[in-house]
Design a protein around this ligand. Structure first.
Ligand SMILES: Nc1nc2c(ncn2[C@@H]2O[C@H](COP(=O)(O)OP(=O)(O)O)[C@@H](O)[C@H]2O)c(=O)[nH]1
Ligand SMILES: [Mg+2]
Length: 300
């Protein structure tokens, strides 16, 4: 495989035997027809259906195999780490994403640090439950990062490797790694462009567990916000309690003849504590800033 290719396409694989080659073939075909030089980097961790063996027989791909299963996030992380391309593409190997239009995705990257294919419909498993839960988490993430996010957990994206390397150590092992890379870029001043894509029914079985993985999504969004924008979590409740507490204090002073009620003191005390925690957290964020950020994408 050549060093210094334009694009590395990182494919996490876990039990996708039925359509593995079809996906790799259609990616190869579309990339061969494009002007981009590329490598395909497949990461299998402990597939039990023979995907790993099959991959060994496929020529012209770079293969990373782990004996222990850790999750798609871990696979994407190590794939990205060992990739040669200056641009990384992440996608699924399950026939859902329009992998035959990866060059179109790449064409959109100019002037941006990341391009994400935003799904217009939610075709996932347990759609009724997954839909509202994902909507809520997406709204929360939009508020917490201060940017509108049309699709928080799309698995179809291209981004600059040098920017992403700054955040690779933060990627969780599981599915919320796609959420993490979005929030890492947005919260650190990098740009993301969203383009609408179609999303096809999945071949084979989804590895997403609606309850376990949704819980992790939520936790990860909160964790990342605490890490980069803590005031967005502590600020609003502190402000609200201060307003309520001061209002109550004035009421006590005027109407209750200066006898300040216990609940007034409790409310003001909690407001003060929240503000203080927020400020200390914010100070930690400022102190931990990197001295040399990778510069955001410029326009020609
Ligand atoms: N290496 C590896 N890949 C995984 C693992 N879990 C899922 N994947 C792959 O990650 C991609 C996304 O998983 P998928 O089940 O489609 O999740 P969904 O799109 O959220 O339903 C697919 O290509 C899977 O084969 C894992 O534990 N290890
Ligand atoms: Mg999928």
């Amino acid at each position: 495989m050549p060093d210094g290719v334009d694009v590395s396409i990182v494919l996490p694989v876990y039990n996708e035997l039925g359509h593995l080659e079809e996906e790799i073939d259609r990616i190869r075909k579309t990339m061969d027809e494009s002007d981009y030089s590329y490598e395909i980097m497949v990461v299998d961790d402990g597939s039990t259906d023979g995907s790993g063996q099959r991959l060994k027989d496929i020529e012209g791909i770079r293969l990373l195999r782990f004996g222990t299963n850790r999750g798609s996030g871990s696979a994407r992380k190590y794939g990205t780490q060992s990739a040669n391309g200056s641009i990384i593409v992440w996608t699924d190997v399950d026939m859902t994403y329009p992998n035959d239009s990866i060059p179109d995705l790449l064409d959109q990257l100019g002037g941006y640090d990341q391009v994400v294919g935003a799904r217009t419909t939610e075709e996932g498993t347990v759609r009724l439950l997954r839909g509202p839960a994902k909507w809520l988490i997406r709204k929360l993430a939009s508020y917490l990062s201060g940017v509108r996010i049309p699709d928080l957990n799309s698995g179809f994206r291209a981004f600059r490797r040098d920017v992403a390397l700054q955040f690779l150590h933060l990627l969780p092992r599981g599915f919320s790694c796609v959420t993490t890379i979005t929030m890492a870029f947005l919260s650190n001043g990098y740009s993301i462009k969203y383009i609408p894509i179609d999303y096809a029914p999945r071949a084979g079985e989804s590895k997403f567990h609606w309850w376990k993985d949704t819980k992790r999504y939520l936790l990860q969004v909160l964790r990342l916000t605490l890490m980069w924008e803590p005031m967005r979590i502590f600020g609003p409740p502190a402000a609200l309690l201060t307003i309520v507490g001061v209002g109550k204090l004035v009421y006590d002073l005027v109407d209750k003849d200066f006898r300040v009620a216990t609940n007034t003191i409790v409310i003001l005390g909690v407001a003060f504590a929240l503000a203080l925690i927020g400020m200390v957290a914010d100070m930690l964020v400022q102190l931990n800033k990197r001295p040399h950020d990778v510069m955001p994408a410029t326009i020609e």
